[in-house]
Design a protein around this ligand. Sequence first.
Ligand code: 0L1
Ligand code: MG
Length: 256
Amino acid sequence: MNADIARIATALDQAARRAEALAQFSVETPFSLDDAYRIQRAAMQRRYDDGERSIGIKLGFTSRAKMIQMGVDSLIWGWLTDAMLEEDGGLVDLARYIHPRVEPEVCFLTRRDIDRPLTLLEAADFVEAVAPALEIIDSRYQAFKFSLEDVVADNCSSSGLTVGPWSRDFSGLANAGVVMRLDGRAVQVGSTAAILGQPLRSLVQASRLLHDAERVLPAGSLVMVGAATAAEALRPGVHVSVEIQGLGESSFSVRP
Ligand code: 0L1
Ligand code: MG
């Protein structure tokens, strides 16, 4: 598999850079979930070698809504880099994306290194602040179709994100209303409770995954907890916002 890991990592990296979709790899070359994470790591290394900087991690498929939308049933995780950050309230250019979708997220800023598995009771102590966020996902596979192994290899479709104002008030976080609007019209409505029962559980899961992967997440990292609702396709000119009860809003407009 070693040669295939390098080959698939290079192909995914180039597909992302060129904004060109590929056929799913797992159909022709079935590979394990462990190999999928090896491919993800090799593809990310190509970005770091080119000067991109890790800013944190994201979890995916932490809600039933997302699992059902994409037809998978396991939690996954990937890496976020500085090149993915879009300006909150700013203009997003779709030129660097293939077939982008947007989904509402909660983003944590970590306060301490996450270097061991955490319990739910401990998790809040590792959080500096929390913010409403939008994630732009963009699968490098044709028609946004993938197996669990394919999407993990593709760094979990990570492509872009906006992060709204930081808050230190976690009191309502377990069950806060989430509304995502396109041009002012509510298109996805949910609750943060849809994220593993409450978003801090995502941080607990992240700590276990990091431990299993023998990685430490440094203090000051972002953790995107996974979407509470399904994602929506982006189109030129649209204004997107997410409002999370008690946390406020994050938004962007797509360049016409
Ligand atoms: O937040 C999420 O659940 C994102 C999952 C990323 C994979 C995808 O839907 O393309
Ligand atoms: Mg997401």
